[in-house]
Design a protein around this ligand. Sequence first.
Ligand code: HEM
Length: 222
Amino acid sequence: MVITTFNGTGVGFGFGVGCGFGIGWGFGGMPLNLLGLGAGGGCGVGVGLGWGFGTAFGSKYRSSRITFQGVEFDSKETVNSKEFSKPSTEVSQHKSNRDCWVVINGRVLDVTKFLEEHPGGEEVIAEVAGKEATKQFDAIGHSKAAENMVLKYQVGVLEGAKVKKVDMNDDVVDMESNTKEMSAFVIKDGANYKSISFYDLFVPLLVAALYFGYRCFTITHY
Ligand code: HEM
């Protein structure tokens, strides 16, 4: 049993004058493709019904661990941490297309199976096979998704090396997931913010306009 927490956008309905708070749905960030219940708060316009948009926080029990491309996502990294001595003669022995290891940010990676799948081509990795490849990897400006993928191929770490921690909360793009356990999807923050700002402004204004219209109508008729 694993507890996963998330935060995201919340939508709330409130009654009263001015501000309204309520319960709404929150969308979980990567890699949770689940909706969770959370609290949403915000200001409403007009007397009566108010709409609120805010941040939703929540947590959810899962009966199993989440995996993404074979990597387990949990509060801590659960990848192989076998130590290789530095300079590693063992790593340098894996320098062919059939057996290809590289070192990126202190992590020793067996990328043999990834060579053909690599979007940047097999050759670029083959050139650094059996070697330190951090500079080349960073020089490309690989995405956060690519940085996260590195964990899948880790067979160990270099002794004494500073291993750059991978931030699991960053967006991950599922290129070709080979796991049946979950297909991750990404909620782009930017997209959320756009829709929030639209509804945030539009809905309260509409409610206020309707109320104003109703008041004008009733005043002139009584
Ligand atoms: C396990 C190690 C690696 C992984 C998981 C990986 C993953 C990826 C991914 C996902 C992309 C698509 C673009 C992106 O999302 O950033 C990519 C592109 C690329 N990668 Fe890698 N990569 C690895 C190692 C390397 C290394 C060592 C090199 C260079 C020596 C390299 C060179 C490139 C190049 C040239 C591109 C194409 C960039 C472009 O077209 O703009 N990659 N890689």
